[in-house]
Design a protein around this ligand. Sequence first.
Ligand code: AMP
Length: 579
Amino acid sequence: MSSAPVRPDPSAEPSTDDEATAFVDLGLRDELLAALAALGYEEPTPIQREAIPPLLAGRDLLGQAATGTGKTAAFALPLLQRMSVDRPTGDPVALVLVPTRELAVQVSEAFHRYGKELGTRVLPIYGGQPIGRQLRALDSGVDVVVATPGRALDHIARGTLRLGDVGTVVLDEADEMLDMGFAEDIEAILEHAPEQRQTVLFSATMPARIDGMARAHLTDPIRILIAREQPVAGEAPRVRQSAYLVARAHKPAALGRVLDIESPTAAIVFCRSREEVDRLTETMNGRGYRAEALHGGMSQEQRDRVMGRLRAGTADLLMATDVAARGLDVEQLSHVVNYDVPSAPESYVHRIGRVGRAGREGVAITLAEPRAHRMLKTIERVTGQRITIDKIPTVADLRNRRLELTQAALRESLLEDDLEPFRVIVESLSDEFDLMEVALAAVRLAHEATLPGALDEEEEIPQVSVRPSRTSRPGPEGRGDRRSGRPRGTGTTQVFVGLGRRAGVRPQDLVGAITGETGMNGRDIGSIEIADRFSLVEVPAGLADEVITGLRGSTIKGRRATVRRDRDTDGGDRRRQRH
Ligand code: AMP
């Protein structure tokens, strides 16, 4: 635990979080603080609070943290700070190993964002990308390499990735890397790194193998475990909790749609940064909501005005950061929405505590990217409450919901309004038209007047699903390059991928591509058969469509492949020629 001092912000509303610590208290240098401010990060997440000080001090670290906790910044910021300015050789001083190319790209981007003012050179290297470009970049000098283990080892063997200057090695999502069969590659890589180095290991789970790895490669590490505490009995608010799994790109649309269906009286939408608050406020206003922004960059007067509008009912959505919403108490709130899975269970509990008060039912909704699914599970475990995963409403659902709302409005009008002044219209039209037709036309006008915005332009949002991890699974050798031919038992589907050994495809390339493109875990993938010109991958039947869509949208070894269900297993069409 860091012992950083509590730093109250005099302009903030009363703090209910005693541990509120600012980035500046963690000892980060000005360039990094400036980058964080520009990104709109208002305060460190719990893992950042705990990990940054010891990492800056050069300690090894073993952290149990899933995606969504802010772990990337937790290791990237200290690394950037510790990077010395004069680097004579141009060889990397830090190596980050990650399980998938998607993560390699993400982590590199994070380094870029945080290290902008320091001019840090970061290079992602992963299988499937042309090696030439990587060679040129390595040659011209880089500070941080973010790599998948297989490709890192390729470069080490070629002598193009030299680890002699590496002062820090980070193993990110170590459990995933082991699941994907990278244990040996990792061992081999670590052997090439200087013995005198800092080693950081993050893993969402801590099975015995991870523990063994930590014991072998970490020296007297700081251990950080978030989310261990037990649920507090009797404190559970009456809150209906649900979550939607949705890819980042579809989140704004998903938020709008979920809110359309829920029709909250008043809702607060929690965002991670100021920048996101501003952006989403605009989006939601464009969708016909009366949304207001609330973040730490606003003056007290501005905030008071916003709160006034919410209380008076002239605003129905409040987009806010945690910092800005601290101590906020709004009677009318019916919904709390987490635009992202919160970075710690405490934060989740704290947020949803704002609804479901005084015996009224509240609703808590979380939009989770597939990769953050684990964090949801952790929150469920810690709170002892279930979070139901719901399907994102379809355009048809929206249409039905809108009709329902119109019907409710008409019913209300029939029961309460003085309709006499309109009788003359109906009577004169009924000379010419059927009464039913007159009613239909009136309903249509009412419908369009109250719910503007054509649904025709709404595109369907792809549903993603995450299956619970299998408990028993083949070891990494169990999914090697072997001919299993048939799916293992029921409930699996074989997916045909039109690239094989000739294209240099290895099992881990397929696993990497699938986990990178879907919410699946490496261990959900069954046997993989690699033939000369094609590969067959066994996946849970319910996820086959998602896998196929994901793979079609990406490249494997730099190439696009034909991807479809294997007809042998699905349709009985055995005409396909095996090359
Ligand atoms: P990670 O768990 O590292 O994948 O981070 C999850 C997301 O949180 C990323 O989109 C980060 O940009 C964002 N993030 C990390 N730290 C913070 C912070 N202190 N405040 C706001 N957003 C953050």
